[in-house]
Design a protein around this ligand. Structure first.
Ligand code: ATP
Ligand code: MG
Length: 298
């Protein structure tokens, strides 16, 4: 166990960006495995991690004080879905909500952009997962100005400072959440362009994976460099102590999973989780219940 916690801390720290200033994407290698070579060994500790996440999540739920929001952003085929599935595989579904955000509906476009996300924030005691999030507003919407035009903002608000303001509002929103006991951790699954190509080709080759392929994914790939600029700027301007980003290498799926689960463990372990105290009255109640069950032994 000690070993797991130590590894967890090391992996989480290596990819954490808690101060955005000066952040450069090229300082992070998508194929990094921090010298870990063996996928087999990683699998073992992944199993251990899943058990630990499940143990901590149960306490989170019982204590009912903190909420935890995990945000996932990435290029297509970086492995968001698979990572979420693996990392949460031991977690009680009742204590956990996964929400995927797609292109906004007409109703959603009639509101401010945080509206649909704030409606789905995790309650106290729960783990919330955002598969994509309000960060799309600084990514796809930034790369495709025609999407911004559809957002029905009053024209005079569409000035030069729009992006600066969005980042500022997001930072403040996340600080507000932190101050309310909703802990925010953000993951950018950092995939190389080369590995994305390989995964797209695999999707096209393998009939069981055809459903995952969309032609728009290839169109977005053509804008790769614009996306990378948008991601870099987003991390620079929204990585904070209150809500850090984790730039997780995504070229090796086993490594992605082990890093993300490490961050989840570290985050949960950093909260003062405990089962609620039982007071005198409650203790009497429990004793009475035990006695009643004992009497009616049929
Ligand atoms: P994913 O692509 O996440 O694996 P999917 O293929 O099931 O999931 P899609 O129908 O492709 O889902 O929906 C995701 C798409 O929605 C992405 O291309 C994303 O950029 C877009 N999207 C998400 N949020 C917004 C937003 N606020 N404005 C515009 N487009 C958005
Ligand atoms: Mg898609």
């Amino acid at each position: 166990m000690e070993h797991l916690l130590e590894q967890t801390r090391r992996l989480a720290a290596a990819f954490r960006v808690a101060r955005g200033r000066g952040f450069r994407l090229k300082d992070f290698d998508p194929a990094d495995t921090l010298g870990l070579k063996s996928e087999a060994k990683a699998r073992l500790s992944l199993r251990e991690s899943v058990r630990e996440i499940s143990r901590l999540q149960e306490m989170l739920y019982a204590q009912d004080r903190w909420g935890v929001l995990l945000i996932f952003q990435a290029m297509d085929a970086a492995g968001k879905d698979g990572t979420i599935k693996h990392v949460l595989s031991g977690v009680n579904p009742q204590g956990c909500d996964v929400v995927a955000f797609k292109a906004p509906s007409d109703e959603e476009l009639d509101h401010d952009y945080l509206w649909r996300c704030s409606k789905r924030l995790p309650e106290r005691g729960r783990l919330g997962i955002f598969n994509r999030s309000y960060y799309e507003e600084t990514l796809v919407v930034r790369v495709h100005p025609e999407l911004l035009a559809k957002e029905k903002l009053p024209l005079r608000l569409l000035g030069k400072k729009l992006w600066k303001h969005r980042f500022e509002d997001i930072r403040h929103f996340e600080r507000y959440l932190a101050r309310n006991g909703i802990v925010v951790r953000k993951f950018f699954l950092h995939l190389s362009k080369k590995e994305q190509r390989r995964r797209f080709l695999e999707r096209l080759r393998n009939p069981a994976k055809h459903w995952k392929f969309s032609s728009s994914d290839v169109r977005e790939r053509e804008r790769w460099d614009d996306y990378m600029d948008a991601y870099e700027d987003m991390i620079r301007r929204t990585a904070t102590e209150a809500a850090p980003w984790y730039v997780v290498p995504a070229d090796n799926k086993w490594f992605t999973r082990i890093v993300v689960s490490s961050v989840v463990i570290e985050t949960l372990a950093s909260l003062d989780l405990e089962y609620p105290e039982i007071d005198q009255t409650r203790r009497k109640e429990l004793a009475a219940a035990r006695a009643a069950l004992g009497k009616r032994g049929e």
